[in-house]
Design a protein around this ligand. Structure first.
Ligand SMILES: Cc1cc2nc3c(=O)[nH]c(=O)nc-3n(C[C@H](O)[C@H](O)[C@H](O)COP(=O)(O)OP(=O)(O)OC[C@H]3O[C@@H](n4cnc5c(N)ncnc54)[C@H](O)[C@@H]3O)c2cc1C
Length: 450
């Protein structure tokens, strides 16, 4: 067992910063290198997703660090989806059926700053910003870093290195071809653009505050999440090409036509529509899958290992769950990293693939299925089955967002549950017509007790 004392983390994003806290608490000396400036000291564009949905897995990881009291003031609860149709009519759909079954909008910058402060407060974590990792020597446990300030380079030794450098990971890139590490990157043919609904004249929210707003339009959609300053970050997801796409909406006239026809109720609330649309970057979306995240004394975590599309609001939550999984593996193997890291990867691989698949499926649910009355009927039946048989049936969305049930289990049970629900709604349009005796029989036959 090699003695591990000094950990290098590449990337001080949400996941890298959280790993730093967990590892410092175990007594390790941690050096974190981040290519960007420190958002606590310099205003830098968020780049992507100004706010995020925090759910149970992320909350659990923060709670274990005793940070939830500090995080709470940053949160706005979202009880469900507020669906906006083309005529501006609203329909609210609750996410869960218990008071605690809500998700929370949180600012990326606020949360990452809090994590960095908490890491520094341990006295064992040193951050170095504007410093990018350019190469790794896996045989001698060195990494090559380059300063973004003056282009100077430095070589830093590590006992173990964690690549938490996001979807475009340089650490992962350095691993490619070594050992048998392979990865695939499936870029979605839809992209996104962020827009802003400012606070109203009275500094108050201009739409229902405690909801995730969705304008589902089948092939494309707009979503809005509330921010503590009473603004909403509104994100347009659209195909890259096609009749309504980033390629076709390419001038002021087509932009106004899109919003007049599809999003008329929110258009007056986005005074900088033209500016935001034509100046904010168009973000691409993709899924990264790796067959291994671990080689010699280097391991990947968070988006570097398993970037997913954002439609289940789980990328950060899954990354925070990685931090807990690594902690558990180190506990299990008494900090023997040679044993703990393969166990960590093993515990996460199937789960990461499952949430990647569920996130892709949820795009269809958000932009299209929610327009189907049968979808709402199934949702109502699922809630009723959960009430009747809580030890057997929990709606899949709830398993992912409100529980710590492994993603792979939620995915597998979800497939069976969807089949049961499909069979129950055949030929009926009203929950009053559901044969719940049959439904309960089916559930008990097909699903093992949780
Ligand atoms: C539009 C959108 C909406 C989203 N919404 C949600 C949501 O609602 N809920 C949710 O849970 N997740 C959401 N996500 C996913 C979430 O943003 C990611 O899963 C999360 O940021 C992953 O954290 P990370 O620390 O692994 O990676 P990142 O946040 O990407 O951080 C990586 C860090 O590494 C740094 N870095 C990169 N390369 C180098 C290098 N070579 N050297 C040094 N530093 C480097 C980067 O600058 C960055 O700071 C969303 C994502 C998008 C795109």
């Amino acid at each position: 067992m090699s003695k591990v004392k000094h950990i290098v983390i590449i990337g001080a994003g949400l996941v890298g910063s959280m790993h730093a806290i967990y590892l410092a608490r175990r007594g390790y000396q941690v050096s974190v290198f981040e290519q960007l400036p420190d958002i606590r000291k310099e205003v830098i564009p968020a780049g992507r997703s100004i706010n995020l949905a925090l759910a149970n897995r992320g909350i659990d990881a923060l709670d274990r660090l005793g940070l939830m009291d500090q995080v709470k003031p940053l949160l706005i609860s979202m009880q469900g989806r507020m669906l906006h149709n083309e005529h501006g009519e609203l329909k609210f759909q609750s996410y869960g059926q218990k008071p605690e079954e809500v998700i929370y909008s949180v600012s990326r910058a606020g949360l990452v700053s809090l994590l960095r402060d908490a890491a520094e407060a341990t006295g064992k974590v040193a951050f170095q910003f504007k410093t990018e990792c350019v190469d790794i020597d896996f045989d001698h446990n060195h990494c090559q870093l380059r300063s973004k300030l003056d282009d100077s380079t430095q070589t830093v030794a590590f006992d173990y290195l964690i690549g938490a450098d996001g979807g475009g990971s340089q650490v992962r890139e350095s691993m490619k071809g070594l050992h048998e590490t392979e990865f695939t990157a499936d870029i979605l043919d839809h992209s996104y653009k962020e827009l802003t609904v400012p606070a109203g004249a009275d500094d108050d929210f201009q739409m229902e505050k405690e909801a995730l707003h969705i304008w589902p339009r089948n092939d494309f959609m707009l979503i809005g999440l509330p921010n503590p300053d009473a603004t909403f970050t509104v994100t347009l997801f659209m195909p890259n090409d096609g009749p309504i796409s980033f390629a076709s909406v390419n001038d002021k006239a087509s932009l106004h036509q899109l919003f007049d026809e599809q999003f008329a109720d929110v258009k007056p609330l986005i005074p900088d529509l033209e500016h935001d649309y034509f100046n904010n970057p168009t973000g691409y979306l993709g899924t990264i899958r790796c067959n291994d995240w671990h080689y010699k004394n280097v391991v990947l975590s968070g988006d570097a290992a398993h970037a997913i599309v954002p439609f289940h609001g789980q990328g950060m939550n899954a990354g925070f769950e990685d931090c807990v999984a690594m902690e558990k593996a180190l506990d299990q193997f008494n900090d023997d990293w040679d044993l703990a890291m393969p166990a960590f990867v093993e515990s996460r691989m199937a789960n990461s693939n499952a949430i990647a698949d569920m996130a892709l499926e949820n795009y269809v649910e958000m932009r299209s299925s929610v327009n189907d009355p049968k979808f709402h009927l199934k949702k109502a039946i699922a809630f009723e089955l959960e009430k009747r048989l809580p030890e057997y049936f929990i709606p899949r969305y709830s398993m992912v967002m409100f529980h710590l049930i492994p993603y792979a289990t939620a995915f597998a049970r979800g497939k069976i549950q969807f089949k049961i629900l499909d069979s129950l709604v055949e030929g009926i349009d009203d929950i009053a017509d559901v044969d719940f005796e049959r439904a309960e029989r089916l559930v008990k036959q097909k699903l093992p007790r949780l």
